[in-house]
Design a protein around this ligand. Structure first.
Ligand SMILES: Nc1ncnc2c1ncn2[C@@H]1O[C@H](COP(=O)(O)OP(=O)(O)OP(=O)(O)O)[C@@H](O)[C@H]1O
Ligand SMILES: *[C@@H]1O[C@H](CO)[C@@H](O)[C@H](O)[C@H]1NC(C)=O
Ligand SMILES: *[C@@H]1O[C@H](CO)[C@@H](O)[C@H](O)[C@H]1NC(C)=O
Length: 267
């Protein structure tokens, strides 16, 4: 993914400013008053099918902000897979590199690339012994508090803790490390500014925080690709704002805002 030869460059310019490699998952959601015991059948009061998967979530958020996007992933060769491809198309996402397979999909991580082949890596779900090349090959390494704990072995309960964990990750070779902190916003540091900086966010009334991290990463990919001249701090403030909008509505992709519904000052 980091090759910078001509064919890659051409391919990318034709396809999209934001390319996401990651998972597409179909969520089958049953609302019940309690969990069933082993082997038990219980009544549910509501059922719905949702489009999820961390890679696709991030791609949808970037697309809704106006990015040209392409989703690189595999879905099943079945009706869920067909429906998922239709969902990507509905969101104006290129499915040229979305494949269908009879094997189960295995989404573990996503890499987002813009035209200068900048890589944004989101190690979700995190594993303690992540291949060290993921650090050295990441321009921007972005994870949440629990992922930072798994990756560093440190406890991350505050912005100060996150700053310490981010420094450990930075020393593994990334250019920029961001740790998201839920309602507390995020912490950032970089090789050029290794002093941790806390970027707080406005307090909002959260309805459903599922997928907030993916909204944040998708928004950040959009700013990296389309507003490369903004300061990183400014990009993060705006990504915090967009993710905060997403927590004020129910659902994952269904809560992601479109450019037309956001303040003009974000663009
Ligand atoms: N309650 C909240 N109020 C305002 N902003 C929020 C809130 N929760 C999350 N956010 C925004 O979303 C970003 C990501 O949140 P968080 O750190 O919880 O990610 P996450 O754990 O990966 O999310 P999830 O796993 O729920 O999708 C935060 O950096 C912040 O900008
Ligand atoms: C971080 O993201 C993972 C998904 O990769 C999720 O399971 C976990 O609950 C999140 N942690 C926090 C603190 O939100
Ligand atoms: C970013 O800044 C450079 C140099 O200052 C300028 O040439 C370029 O047009 C700017 N790009 C955007 C998208 O504003």
């Amino acid at each position: 993914m980091t090759a910078s030869g001509e064919p890659w460059r051409q391919w990318q310019e034709e396809v999209a400013a934001v390319v996401v490699v990651g998972s597409c998952m179909t969520d089958l959601v049953s609302l019940t008053s309690r969990l069933p015991k082993t082997g038990e059948t219980i009544h549910g009061h509501k059922f719905f099918i949702g489009f999820g998967g961390k890679g696709a979530n991030q791609c949808v958020q970037a697309a809704r902000l106006g990015a040209t996007t392409s989703m690189v992933c595999k879905v099943g060769k079945d009706s869920f897979g067909n429906d998922y491809i239709e969902n990507l198309k509905q969101n104006d996402i290129s499915t040229e590199f979305t494949y269908q397979t009879k094997d189960a999909a295995t989404g573990t991580a996503s890499i987002i690339v813009n035209n200068e082949v900048k890589t944004l890596f989101n190690p979700a779900p995190a594993i303690a012994d992540l291949d060290p090349r993921f650090y050295t090959l990441s321009d921007v390494f972005c994870c949440n508090e629990s992922e930072a704990e798994i990756l560093t072995g440190l406890t991350v309960d505050s912005a100060a803790d996150a700053g310490e964990a981010a420094l450990v990750l930075l020393k593994r070779g990334c250019q920029v490390v961001i740790i998201t902190l839920g309602a507390e916003g995020c912490v950032v540091l970089s090789q050029t500014e290794p002093e941790p900086k806390h970027i707080p966010t406005e307090k909002v009334k959260a309805v459903d925080t599922t997928g907030a991290g993916d909204s944040f990463v998708g928004a950040l990919a959009f700013y990296l690709a389309y507003y490369p001249n903004l300061s990183l701090e400014d990009m993060l403030k705006r990504s915090n704002f967009i993710a905060a909008v997403s927590v004020q509505a129910a659902g994952t992709q269904s809560s992601y805002p479109y450019k037309k519904d956001l303040p003009l000052t974000l663009f």
